[in-house]
Design a protein around this ligand. Structure first.
Ligand code: HEC
Length: 183
C-alpha cells in the first residue's frame, strides 16, 4: 500500500514536471520573465515606443528600411551629410549638462580623454583619435558634435544605438559649454 502511493506520487511529479517543461518551451513569447535569461529577448522596433519604458527606441534603422507609424529614421548620413545636418538639426530647448558630463565620461572619454585631449586609454593603443578641444573642434557647432556622436565620422562609429537622443545633445552641450571653455 505504502509502496503504491509512493509510486503514484512519483508519477504525478514526473507528469507535472513534464507539463511545466512543455508549456514553458511552447510559450516563447510570454511577457514576463521568471528570471533574467536570454530565453526571450524583446525585439525593439526602431519606429515605435518601448512598451516597458514608454520611450522611443533610439536605434538607427538598417539601411533601406522603410519607416512607418513612428518618427522618421535619422535622415543624415555619416560624413557625406555632416554640413547639411549641422545646418538643419534643431537642438532641444533644454540640456542637462551634468548628465552630459557623466555620459561623456562613460562613452567618449575612453578615446577622447577626460579633458578632450585625445589621450584616453583607447587612444593610447589606437592612433587617429582626434582632440575635441583645439582650434578645429572649437569651431564645431553643437549640432555637428551631435551629428558625429549619432552616426560617427571616419574611423569613429556612431553612438545612436547606445546613447539616447537627448543624452547625445546633453553630451554635445557639455563639450561646447564646458569642456571647450575650460582649456
Ligand atoms: C572608440 C574610440 C572613440 C570613442 C569612444 C568616441 N570617439 Fe569620437 N572620434 C574617434 C576617432 C578615431 C575620431 C576621428 C575620426 C576620423 O575623423 O577619422 C573621432 C572624432 C570625433 C569628432 C570629430 C573631431 C574632429 O576634429 O573632426 C567628434 C566631435 C567626436 N569624435 C565626438 C565624440 C563623442 C561626442 C563621443 C562620445 C559619444 C565620441 N566621440 C566617442 C574615436 C572615438
Amino acid at each position: 500500500m505504502k509502496a503504491i502511493s509512493q509510486h503514484s506520487l512519483m508519477g504525478f511529479t514526473l507528469a507535472a514536471t513534464a507539463f511545466c517543461v512543455a508549456t514553458a518551451c511552447a510559450d516563447t513569447r510570454r511577457e514576463y520573465h521568471f528570471f533574467d535569461d536570454m530565453h526571450y529577448s524583446p525585439a525593439g522596433d526602431t519606429a515605435k515606443q518601448d512598451k516597458y519604458t514608454g520611450k522611443q527606441y533610439d536605434m538607427l534603422e538598417p539601411e533601406n528600411t522603410v519607416t512607418y507609424g513612428g518618427t522618421p529614421a535619422y535622415p543624415y548620413k555619416k560624413d557625406a551629410d555632416v554640413e547639411q545636418a549641422t545646418r538643419e538639426l534643431k537642438a532641444p530647448a533644454n540640456f542637462d549638462i551634468k548628465r552630459g558630463s557623466e555620459r561623456f565620461h562613460i562613452y567618449c572619454a575612453p578615446c577622447h580623454g577626460a579633458q578632450g585631449h585625445a589621450d584616453g586609454p583607447v587612444a593610447k593603443k589606437f592612433a587617429g583619435v582626434r582632440k575635441l578641444v583645439n582650434e578645429r573642434a572649437d569651431t564645431f557647432p553643437m549640432a555637428k558634435i551631435y551629428h558625429i556622436a549619432t552616426v560617427g565620422q571616419g574611423a569613429m562609429q556612431g553612438y545612436a544605438p547606445q546613447i539616447q537622443e537627448q543624452d547625445r545633445w546633453n553630451i554635445a552641450a557639455y563639450i561646447k559649454n564646458e569642456l571647450q571653455k575650460k582649456k
